[in-house]
Design a protein around this ligand. Structure first.
Ligand code: ADP
Ligand SMILES: Cc1cn([C@H]2C[C@H](O)[C@@H](COP(=O)(O)O)O2)c(=O)[nH]c1=O
Length: 214
């Protein structure tokens, strides 16, 4: 039986790596797959992992109809066995429904990878629909850690080094601190207290200098 599986985790938890490995393993056994992504950091039509792997993929946009793409492949004599979808949080709910139909009606396995919630802790519409429709939702086993050492469960956005909780839902970026807009993974406690690694360090050094006062 084909399945719709949603592999989820925070940013930097190994989702793209697993997407690439999944495609590699299925292709190595002669199965025919399609690989999709949307808004990867490496640019359009790429899947990139921080482990250094990168590969070409089909870029999803608002007009992508997965049902139609699979039908076009069929007309070219290519029967699709599986679909890998990276950055699936950016897909529309309607696109997630097309994927579910492909599982049920064409017996295509769909492996979707994405973050569940945005920098405000709100579900992305695509992820919400995946959670609603998936046969299974798998939390990635590699633990991304908050600066305090707890498991990171939430994604924070920083602008100029300061954590923000308002702004556009979609801003492509990375967890490295150099960019103006960057991301950091945190545990819930520190997300709710708006405490990033930098603000925790500042707070600690302010506390130390107060102790130095006569
Ligand atoms: N230099 C490195 N050596 C070993 N593992 C690394 C290195 N850089 C990144 N990683 C691993 O890669 C993971 C991020 O993988 P990636 O597929 O890019 O994540 P995601 O798609 O979830 O954002 C990190 O959690 C870490 O485990
Ligand atoms: C939290 C959050 C993230 N994004 C963007 C930032 C990255 O480009 C991707 C996530 O990529 P990863 O492979 O999981 O690291 O999503 C965003 O646009 N809005 C957000 O709130």
């Amino acid at each position: 039986m084909a399945e719709l599986v949603f592999f989820s985790g925070t940013m930097d938890s190994g989702k793209s790596t697993l997407a690439l490995q999944t495609d590699y393993n299925y292709a190595a056994r002669g199965r025919t797959g399609l690989v999709f992504t949307r808004h990867d950091r490496a640019g359009a039509a790429r899947i990139s992992s921080r482990l250094g792997l990168e590969t070409g993929a089909r870029e999803v946009d608002d007009s992508t109809d997965f049902w139609w793409v699979v039908e076009q492949e069929r007309q070219r004599g290519r029967l699709v066995d599986y679909i890998v979808c990276d950055e699936a949080q950016f897909y529309s709910p309607a696109q997630v429904e097309q994927l579910a139909r492909l599982v049920d009606e064409v017996e295509i396995d769909v492996f979707a990878f994405g973050i569940t919630s945005d920098f405000r802790t709100r579900l992305f519409p695509g992820s919400a629909r995946l959670i609603e429709l998936a046969d299974r939702t798998e939390i990635l086993q590699v633990q991304a850690l908050c600066w305090c050492g707890r498991r990171a469960t939430h994604n924070a956005r920083t602008v100029g080094g300061v954590m923000v909780v308002e702004g556009e839902q979609v801003v492509v970026g990375d967890t490295t601190a150099e960019a103006i807009v960057a991301y950091e993974v945190l545990c819930r406690r520190h997300h709710m207290r708006r405490m990033t690694a930098a603000s925790a360090r500042q707070r600690a050094s302010a506390h130390e200098s107060r102790l130095d006062l006569p």
